[in-house]
Design a protein around this ligand. Structure first.
Ligand code: GDP
Ligand code: IMO
Ligand code: MG
Length: 427
């Protein structure tokens, strides 16, 4: 069976964790392919509620092999803490494997993430300050240290000394900070290595074998398409490729192996951190949605900016990823609204625009053109069939489907697995 990619279609936090945990009941392998612990994926199931940062959301099914792929940047301290927390709550983590090719987040990456943001002042991106951006910078600058390097102590020390030589010039001469110590970091990371060693593998071979054997493989995206380093609202983006293309390079599999590309949209987008968001709701309705939806970041606790469904951004995301299936989450959060707005195009300097612009300067000027639809004003959380949804809710979903030009396969009406309405089976 070919692989299924599960992708955040907006600015992240669309409910990927819930959908992956749900689909993982039937899967054999669940793989994270990009990002790091900037991600926060919430899963609510029989074990309780969890905010996962690096651990694939398939970890709750003991027969699923969970893979952290080469495209992920791994902070070993965070991963070990996550393993400990899960084990303390009765979740077996022995079925996790970590790619030896994945890059490590080092202490100086975290320091630099904070210092770079501080130096940008009012122009700060609002990163999660987890060191993710600086770790990807080093990967591309060929100054990275990989998970597999932890297993070769002598070479690791040599490499670390070379890299820290550069980092300390930056820390002391540019930022006026104290240098970091090679030996301290080496000792700490050797301790991490002792614990992580059993998990470290050449994962691309195992993924290939699973696909060859016809196993159901889920590729769990992190972040969202509008945060993609190439296709997002640059420079207000993350430093990786959360969109469909990133899944192949983030794992070492061919696009020919992909069967379904499932895009997850919230029925209203949210955004954490800086950057343009044309449909942001700045009045009390935005506040109401935030409170009703508990829209506060799973990773940083920051308030999420909430907006009306942006049909232009969504259509763009749908085109970049070529979704074969779409999930709409959080429909229930709109249950109390009298009227719902939906953006169908933008106006810029008196001209109508149907495409999402590459330039954030243009995007800042985009005024959303809204259609208004009546709300349904009845609870939907207990509904399990599309036809049983109030007609206004069905109309809203169908209107989204028209705008994004991709078929909706499921609608989510609550955080728990069973609060899911299938329109079309994908597994
Ligand atoms: P992710 O990063 O894409 O995995 O999303 P997050 O976990 O950061 O944020 C999504 C939030 O919505 C989490 O608190 C989920 O438990 C919750 N959630 C997911 N689907 C639904 C839904 O259909 N309705 C409601 N009310 N909550 C949902
Ligand atoms: P999940 O997987 C929402 C945002 C940050 C910031 C920008 C760059 O839970 O959907 P970074 O730390 O990545 O350099 O920050 O990206 N961001 C997210 N926003 N959900 C996420 O992940 C995010 N991961 C990064 O808020 O605006
Ligand atoms: Mg999240």
């Amino acid at each position: 069976m070919p692989a299924i990619i599960i992708i955040g279609a907006q600015w992240g936090d669309e409910g990927k964790g819930k959908i992956v945990d749900f689909l993982a009941e039937k899967a054999n392998m669940v793989i994270r392919y990009s990002g790091g612990n900037n991600a926060g994926h919430t899963v609510v199931n029989q074990y309780g509620q969890f905010g996962l940062h690096l651990m694939p959301s398939g970890i709750f099914n003991p027969s699923v092999v969970c893979v952290i792929g080469n495209g992920v940047v791994v902070d070993p301290a965070v991963l070990l803490k996550e393993i400990d927390l899960l084990q303390a709550r009765g979740v077996d983590t022995s079925h996790l494997i970590v790619s030896s090719r994945a890059h490590l987040i080092m202490p100086y990456h975290i320091l630099l993430d904070g210092l770079e943001e501080e130096a940008k002042g009012g122009g700060a991106l609002g990163t999660t300050k987890m060191g993710v951006g600086p770790a990807y910078v080093d990967k591309m600058a060929r100054l990275g240290i990989r998970v597999g390097d932890l297993l070769e102590r002598e070479a690791f020390h040599r490499r670390l000394s070379e890299v820290i030589f550069h980092k300390n010039i930056l820390l002391t001469r540019v930022y006026g900070k104290a240098p970091v110590s090679v030996d301290e970091i080496f000792d700490t990371y050797c301790k991490y290595a002792d614990r992580l060693a059993p998990y470290i593998k050449e994962t691309d071979i195992l993924v290939e074998k699973a696909l060859e054997d016809g196993k159901l493989v889920l590729l769990e995206g992190a972040q969202g398409t509008l945060l993609d380093i190439d296709f997002g609202t640059y420079p207000y983006v993350t430093s990786s490729s959360p969109s469909a293309g990133g899944a192949c390079t983030g794992l070492g599999i061919s696009p020919r192996k992909i069967g379904h590309i499932l895009g997850i949209f919230k029925c209203y987008p949210t955004r954490v951190g800086g950057g343009p968001m044309p449909t942001e709701i700045k009045d009390e309705i935005g506040q109401l949605i935030r409170e009703r939806g508990h829209e506060y970041g799973t990773t940083t606790g920051r308030a999420r900016r909430c907006g009306w469904f942006d049909g232009v951004g969504a259509r763009y995301s749908s085109r970049i990823n070529s979704f074969t299936d779409v999930a709409i989450t959080r429909l229930d959060i709109f249950d109390t609204l009298e009227t719902i707005k939906i953006c169908t195009s933008y106006m810029v300097d008196g001209t109508r625009m149907d495409n999402f612009p590459a330039s954030i300067d243009v995007l800042q000027k985009c005024q959303p053109v809204y259609e208004e639809m009546p709300g349904w004003r009845v609870p939907t959380s207990d509904i399990r069939h599309f036809e049983k949804l109030p007609p206004a809710a069905q109309n809203y979903i169908r209107r989204i489907e028209q705008l994004i030009k991709a078929p909706i396969s499921l609608v989510s009406v609550g955080p728990r697995r069973e609060q899911t309405i299938w329109l079309k089976a994908i597994v």
